[in-house]
Design a protein around this ligand. Structure first.
Ligand code: ARG
Length: 463
């Protein structure tokens, strides 16, 4: 400490301390304290390696490693006094270590810099959040699979343009989200694999002249290998962007399901009833039961997209290697990860608890001429019509039914034969919604038999 007002860690060449505004804009301790466990894990691995390489004495390394555990327990116990004057988590931890163990603490920073330190901490943190996202996704998939299993053959309207299109099964609709989430999981796994290289030992930007063992620290911290280029190691934030892209796509999927739950739980649809545990009431309208969790998921997703844009903007155009801009990498990622995990948990709760109304689904499935395509297909198959001609004849029958306020199965055989003489009694078999879905056995189709096969496939898949 050269001067009582200059910074204890780097104040050697400074005559005075920073302006209060300088300190305010420079400090990251308000948020990067979340990296404390990773910072201490990284420092402990670094100290052990320095001792193994003969760069530190065992005595100093032991004191450092023990002292760091004390610091961690103080932070976890809420008794640690974080200081903005010490800027960030790295210097706060080191300063406290010095108070605890004395001068040996000053040897910890040998052969490293805050640049490789923060890159390592943040990777470790983001890697954990990938694992957390994977667990959250799996839990939601399980809830969706349980819904699919229960309603594998429940008929509901399938929509395009949110207009009734063709009957589908409830199980098939649930499995569509299981597929999306499966791709999300694979994106998080890819991101995790790609980020699993260790920046520690890249030091400030150029590496170090000390005989360090980067393989040892990489493996102690669970990384597959050290990053191969020191300049890249300290300036790369791709891992956070990979996380945010995977999170954004997953969040987009959650918002689509959330939107469906909002629509489905309305009095007009009544496709699902959300549980009391996952809805709220209105302070003025006693009859209301609102799908707030679904609405909030739909909205919160914007924070995750925003985080991705923000970090891309921070990184855009930065010259190698580290620039202080990169301190602005963390807050948004923290918020995105918290938002994603809360959204996944809330969605899992809603899906696990919701009760689909099989009768309402079935009634809606039969409305809106949903089996018109089945009728056209029947004309192709049984009467040998070209599909375009069958489409036209069916269109005329839909118009007739619409004019007279009926659905397709309500038309008489005589009325149908007036439109096309080839139609026989057998056509009524395909106008029912159960026959319609049961017939769609093409791979990936909505038939209950397919749904059951797909549930089995998901349940027995190797992850
Ligand atoms: N708090 C800093 C950050 O998060 C740590 C790295 C500081 N490096 C430096 N050269 N000033 O980016």
């Amino acid at each position: 400490m050269s001067d009582s007002t200059s910074n204890a860690m780097w104040g050697g060449r400074f005559a005075g301390g920073p302006d209060a505004i300088m300190e305010a804009i420079n400090a990251s301790i308000g948020y990067d304290r979340r990296l404390a466990p990773q910072d201490i894990e990284g420092s402990r691995a670094h100290a052990a390696m320095l001792a193994a390489q003969g760069i530190l004495t065992d005595k100093d390394a032991d004191a450092i490693r023990e002292g760091l555990l004390t610091v961690l327990s103080e932070i976890e116990g809420g008794t640690f006094d974080f200081s903005p004057a010490l800027e960030d988590i790295h210097m706060n931890v080191e300063a406290r270590l010095r108070e605890l163990i004395g001068d040996a603490a000053g040897r910890l920073h040998t052969a490293r810099s805050r640049n490789d330190q923060v890159a390592t901490d943040f990777r470790l943190w983001t890697r954990e959040r990938c694992d957390e996202a994977l667990a959250g996704i799996e839990a939601l998939q399980e809830a969706l699979l349980a819904q699919a299993e229960q309603g594998a053959d429940w008929v509901m309207p399938g929509f395009t343009h949110l207009q009734t299109a063709q009957p589908v099964t409830w199980g098939h609709h649930m499995l569509a989200y299981v597929e999306m989430l499966g791709r999300d999981a694979s994106r998080f796994r890819d991101a995790r694999t790609r980020m699993n290289e260790c920046p520690l030992g890249a030091a400030a930007l150029a590496g170090t002249s000390f005989p360090i063992d980067r393989e040892a620290t990489a493996s102690a911290l669970g990384f597959d290998r050290p990053c191969a280029n020191s300049l890249d190691a300290v300036s790369d934030r791709d891992f956070a962007l990979d996380y945010l892209s995977a999170a954004s796509i997953c969040a987009m999927h959650l918002s689509r399901l959330a939107e469906e739950l909002v629509i489905w739980s309305s009095a007009q649809f009544r496709f699902v009833a959300l549980s009391d545990r996952f809805s709220t009431g209105s302070s003025i309208m006693p009859q209301k039961k609102n799908p707030d969790a679904a609405e909030l998921i739909r909205a919160k997703i914007g924070r995750i997209f925003g985080a991705q844009s923000a970090l891309l903007m921070v990184m855009k155009g930065l010259p190698l290697a580290y620039s202080k801009d990169m301190q602005e990498d963390k807050e948004q990622v923290f918020d995105a990860a918290d938002t994603l995990s809360l959204s996944l948990a809330a969605m899992t709760g809603m899906v696990a608890d919701m009760a689909a109304n099989a009768d309402a689904l079935r009634a809606a499935a039969g409305h809106g001429f949903s089996t018109a395509t089945d009728l056209a297909d029947w004309l192709v198959r049984e009467a040998g019509l070209p599909f375009r001609e069958a489409h036209h004849a069916t269109g005329s029958l839909v118009a007739l039914a619409e004019r007279t306020g009926r659905d397709l199965p309500d038309l008489t055989l005589a009325e149908m034969r007036q439109v096309n003489g080839a139609i026989t009694e057998g056509v009524y078999d395909v106008l029912g919604v159960d026959n319609s879905v049961a017939s769609r056995t093409s791979y990936g189709g909505t038939a209950p038999a397919n749904v059951r096969d797909q549930i089995d496939r998901w349940r027995t898949r190797s992850r």
